[in-house]
Design a protein around this ligand. Structure first.
Ligand code: ADP
Length: 481
């Protein structure tokens, strides 16, 4: 039998303690699934910064102690706590750079650079302090990519880390940590000497981590292929193609117990595939609450998203006014880009009898929208995996989405196979593409029998982590062989 592996899973976000997007969902669910399915094969523990959000959540925790290390002659004092999530130990790390009064992301590259370049060293020092011999360091995105790089440089000759293997999961390639350079220099990070990296990437966190990692895992097989092209590769496509033997894709899953419409306290009426007729009450209640016309036959479009270009929010704002001659209603929940927030306020107030916007981050409203909507909009320009479409499908809300990355990997398209379909995919990433896709969805919505077939297909699709967790386990085992 293979040796039991110690895996340290490092992430900026971990649901439920701190989450802004899918990374938090993954860090909250994947290690838990690995532990519950494969506890004989591995001991997995999470490490995250002790953000203000964690303080607010206020999980039961134990203080383990404190330690210091020096970086570029600066002493960094750390304090370590431990809590747990579904049986997985979660280390909460605090220091003067992480500062547990800080937001998950400052939105200021300088400050975020300092927080995460420092966290990337401090988390390795935590393993040292705990005297816990890590076989695999599994880092996620640019925030913790430098921990992998540091293992291959600063800690290269440290016997404590001898033989350690590394995995870097890419949840979003364009967010590469650019702007962290001053902070990295202050902590003594040297530029990568990998001749295959473009010059700009030699001193940028994510590519430095990619270059040093034993395996690079994109969060869907589709995205793993896309990032090898100039359209999605963000200037790293040549590098990734040359090193494609280290690049792979594993589709994210969702925590099906945390996202279960038959047992979700946030929605007005629980339902399941077996009792699908109960679902409609959620929509009718929402229509009432929003002062919309209350009518189950009016299709309800919803979206829950970070407000960014990536998510196709401008496309939605352009497309909806082109569809005003048809009957539908629209509710959006999101926060982010201020200009987009303003445009949403303008559009929804102009058509307040049929459109509404919640400009904020709110887990309860998110669940209400997943449970109430008929059609979930996901017109992303690119989508490494996307979990929102999976939550939507699990709640019987059919996605209309661009045929890209993880969307194409997780949605069965109506046009390709109506009997097995779980949503609608389209190619043309602009307002016309979305308008056409929505027209098709609106037509199909009128066919109640077909719609129900698709809802049941969607709700019964296995989006659990089990299959993907096994693939992660196999990857851990392969690289340590
Ligand atoms: P990304 O990670 O790119 O933001 P995903 O679809 O993978 O996109 O994951 C988004 C996650 O964040 C989902 O859990 C979604 O419900 C949640 N989310 C996004 N925006 C909001 C919001 N404004 N309020 C509540 N939850 C949100």
């Amino acid at each position: 039998m293979a040796k039991k592996l110690n895996v340290l899973f490092a992430s900026a976000e971990v649901a439920p303690f701190a989450k802004t997007g899918g990374l938090g969902d993954v860090a909250g669910a994947l290690p838990a699934s690995l532990l519950s399915n494969f506890s004989e094969q591995l001991d997995i523990r999470i490490i995250m910064p002790f953000h203000a959000a964690v303080k607010t959540w206020n999980p039961q925790r134990q203080r383990i102690g404190e330690y210091s290390f020096s970086a570029n002659e600066r002493q960094i004092d750390c304090e370590l706590f431990v809590t747990e999530n579904n049986g997985v130990p979660v280390y909460l790390l605090d220091s003067q750079d992480i500062n547990h009064d800080s937001p998950i992301y400052h939105g200021d590259w300088q400050l975020d650079g300092q927080k995460y370049a420092s966290f990337s060293l401090a988390l390795l020092e935590a393993a040292h302090y705990l005297n816990w011999h890590v076989d695999i360091l599994h880092a996620n995105d640019w925030h913790t990519a430098l921990s992998i790089y540091a293992l291959k440089t600063r800690y290269k000759n440290d016997p404590f880390f001898a033989g350690i293997k590394t995995i870097l999961s890419i949840h979003n390639l364009p967010y590469n940590g650019w702007g962290s350079q001053d902070a990295m220099a202050a902590l003594g990070y040297k530029a990568s000497n990998d001749p295959d990296l473009p010059d700009w990437a030699k001193y940028t966190p994510l590519p430095m981590g990619i270059s040093a990692a034993d395996k690079v895992i994109a969060v869907s097989p589709g995205y793993a292929t896309e990032i090898l092209t100039s359209e999605y590769g963000c200037g790293l496509e040549d590098y990734l193609r040359k090193h494609s033997d280290r690049v792979m894709g594993i589709l994210n899953g969702i925590d099906e117990s945390a996202w279960d419409p038959s047992d979700d306290e946030s929605i007005s009426q629980n339902f399941s595939a077996e009792e699908l007729d109960k679902r409609i009450k959620n929509k009718l209640d929402l229509q009432k609450a929003l002062d919309f016309e209350v009518d189950e036959d009016i299709p309800l479009f919803v979206i829950v998203t970070r407000l960014t270009e990536q998510k196709g929010v401008p496309t939605i704002l352009e497309a909806l006014p082109k569809l005003l001659d048809k009957k539908w209603q629209f509710v959006i929940l999101g926060s982010g880009n201020h200009q987009l927030e303003e445009s949403i306020r303008e559009l929804t107030s102009q058509y307040s009898d049929r459109m509404a916007g919640f400009i904020k981050y709110d887990d309860v409203i998110a669940r209400v929208l997943y449970a109430s909507g008929d059609i979930f909009l996901m017109p992303s320009l690119y989508e490494p995996c996307g979990l929102s479409q999976m939550f939507a499908m699990r709640y019987g809300n059919l996605p209309v989405a661009t045929a890209t990355g993880g969307l194409a990997d997780s949605i069965m398209d109506y046009s390709a196979n109506p009997k097995k379909a779980t949503g609608f995919l389209y190619e043309q990433k602009n307002a016309d593409g979305l308008v056409n896709a929505l027209k098709l969805a609106l037509d199909v919505f009128k066919d109640k029998e077909q719609w129900q077939v698709m809802q049941l297909n969607a709700m019964k699709t296995d989006f659990s982590w089990k299959t993907s967790a096994r693939k992660y386990l196999e990857t851990y085992q392969t690289i340590t062989d």
